[in-house]
Design a protein around this ligand. Structure first.
Ligand SMILES: Cc1cc2nc3c(=O)[nH]c(=O)nc-3n(C[C@H](O)[C@H](O)[C@H](O)COP(=O)(O)OP(=O)(O)OC[C@H]3O[C@@H](n4cnc5c(N)ncnc54)[C@H](O)[C@@H]3O)c2cc1C
Length: 550
């Protein structure tokens, strides 16, 4: 693909037209009218496992300059050749960009006639792109049924772990050919074919990420600090734990990034005036944690915590365990499921919980339903509106104002593709091997309506998954972990039951000394990325106090 971005629609169309005329036969020309929109397009292209050969960006764009855009585009397509379109007055910016974003070329506008000024440049860049060693073949090839829930789970798992993958439908010739080549039985799907050609039949999550080189087991038995959960809070604790010399291990049950990793754009995180995609932010955080020596293990769920003297034993779902001097619980929250008839059967087959980024491009030109009225639902509706024909938000309450940030409500109001239906709930779903119909009920009148629907994305309140802490760590009635002054005192005194140290619990400390809770899982915490990261960092300073003085 060749991607071009220019905020001036006339110029944008003209560049795309000229490129299409010369290169349209062999390349797809993708055009965007702002840096953020172009980044979204690139992300989608990356998810589909396709390649971008050349990117042309205008320098002067209002929300994000061309150089800023190219800097982020490099993270997604490091091999794509980069061209800045500049006015004469901007040549200084272009020269700076040669270093900052490793710019291949800058083109002065206008580029007429393209035969002289544009095509020779793009020809050269395409040739250079082709000559450079080709992109490594996708690390993982998944063969499965288009609408199988497990094959969706695996695509989501590898995409969220930033692993490159290609998906092949078993009913298409290439999928069938791959299965035959691997000697795999088409009745036992999904099959994952690893980089070295091994076929994993109906594999577990751990087998898949292990085959792609991620770690799923701890390298040693004893750590200074075990961080449970790899969302922003856990990543914050891991970066600070590692950088401050603690032997730190981060244990994540699915993919680092947590809820934030599924956000298409976080606009209120400090330092990113143009917003940042959740996966970019959290992937960088993971790299940062690893750079500081934190060990990251994925697809391992912690199922038990046991204090033994001053040691804290953490047990995994496979029965193995590690011991630590301190533990940070950063397990966040998970979406609640809708329990109307028909929804469970279609989970992964048209019904998705969360943003399901792997599916966004499949909704192109179709109708999408989004359930929920909070920011996560609003962001998703905005994101889907870029591809879908229409997005209908189904909101139980009478308006969005109580649950959504003002800036998002304004964006939704101004978006002609989004319809908000308040006081509406989903009461049933139907379909054969994929969602086909939804029954909606008006909560005021009780009137029911059945609509044709293939895509339903659910973002309804989230709950902590902390049952495994029952009887060990004090929690509130909804399962959130209590910390510091919120922990109830024992009947005999002002400190928690079973509390040994001769001090009150630290601010982020749970009812078990040396065990801390941060981010969304903590009772009364602010459910935001910045606060989760901040609490993760702060917990590490309290860990030091615990390690030094008890
Ligand atoms: C779609 C979406 C958009 C959002 N947009 C914004 C935004 O724009 N701005 C903003 O400030 N906030 C936003 N939020 C909220 C923000 O993402 C959360 O507040 C933040 O992610 C909380 O971080 P956390 O680390 O506490 O928990 P989480 O992000 O929930 O991470 C917890 C992690 O722990 C793992 N885990 C759970 N249990 C276990 C276990 N037993 N063993 C091992 N691992 C476990 C989970 O798999 C998960 O990865 C958004 C949320 C969503 C869902």
């Amino acid at each position: 693909m060749i991607l071009t971005v220019d905020d001036d629609p006339g110029v944008s169309r003209a560049v795309a037209r000229d490129l299409r005329r010369e290169y349209g036969e062999h390349h797809r020309i993708v055009r965007a009218e702002s840096g953020p929109a172009a980044l979204d397009a690139l992300r989608e292209i990356a998810l589909r496992g396709e390649q971008v050969a050349v990117i042309l960006a205008d320098q002067r764009m209002p929300r994000m300059t061309g150089v800023e855009f190219l800097e982020q585009a490099m993270d997604l397509f490091p091999r794509a050749r980069r061209v800045l379109l500049t006015a004469y007055a901007d040549t200084d910016a272009a020269i700076t960009a040669i270093n900052v974003v490793d710019l291949d070329h800058y083109l002065l506008k206008p580029w007429d006639p393209p035969e002289e000024k544009l095509y020779p440049v793009v020809d050269g860049l395409l040739a250079a792109w082709r000559d450079a060693p080709d992109r490594p073949a996708a690390a993982i090839r998944i063969v499965g049924h288009r609408w199988s829930a497990r094959s969706y789970e695996l695509r989501d798992l590898v995409a969220r772990n930033q692993l490159s993958y290609d998906f092949y439908r078993v009913d298409e010739p290439e999928g069938a050919r791959l299965l035959e080549a691997a000697g795999a039985d088409p009745e036992k799907l999904p099959v994952v074919i690893t980089e070295d050609g091994t076929a994993l039949v109906e594999p577990t999550d751990a087998q898949v990420v292990e085959a792609a080189g991620l770690s799923t087991t701890a390298s040693t038995d004893v750590y200074d600090l075990v961080v449970v959960g790899g969302g922003p809070a856990g990543l914050g604790a891991s970066v600070y734990g590692g950088s401050e010399g603690l032997r730190t291990v981060l244990v994540e049950s699915r993919a680092t990034g947590g809820q934030a990793g599924t956000s298409s754009r976080i606009e209120n995180y400090l330092g990113f005036p143009n917003g940042v995609s959740g996966d970019q932010l959290t992937t960088r955080a993971r790299l940062q944690a690893e750079k500081f020596g934190t060990e990251v293990i994925t697809t391992r769920t912690v199922t038990a915590l046991e204090p033994k003297g001053r040691a804290r034993v953490v047990r995994f779902d496979d029965g193995s365990e590690i011991t630590a001097h301190a533990v940070v619980l950063a397990t966040g929250v998970s979406y609640r499921m809708l329990d109307s008839p028909g929804l469970e059967e279609h989970t992964g087959q048209g019904v998705f919980y969360g943003a399901a980024a792997t599916e966004a491009s499949s909704c192109a030109a179709q109708d999408v339903y989004v359930v929920g009225g909070a920011n996560s639902a609003g962001q998703a509706a905005m994101n889907f509106s870029r591809h879908a024909r229409k997005v209908t938000m189904l909101v139980r309450g009478p308006s969005l104002t109580a649950s959504m940030s003002h800036y998002l409500i304004e964006q939704i109001d101004a978006n002609p593709k989004i319809e908000v239906r308040t006081c509406t709930e989903v009461v049933a779903a139907e379909g054969t091997d994929h969602l086909e119909k939804l029954t909606l009920r008006d909560r005021n009148s009780g009137a029911e309506e059945t609509v044709e629907a293939s895509w339903l994305f659910v973002f309804i309140g989230a709950a902590p998954r902390t049952d495994w802490l029952d009887g060990v760590v004090a929690r509130d009635g909804r399962g959130f972990v209590l910390t510091g002054p919120d922990i109830p005192a024992s009947p005999e005194g002002r400190r928690p039951t079973g509390w040994d140290p001769d001090r009150d619990p630290f601010h982020l400390e749970t009812s078990v000394p040396g065990v801390f809770a941060v981010g969304d899982v903590r009772a009364e915490s602010v459910k935001r990325v910045a606060s989760a990261v901040g609490e993760g960092a702060m917990a590490v300073s309290l860990v030091h106090r615990w390690l030094e003085n008890g």
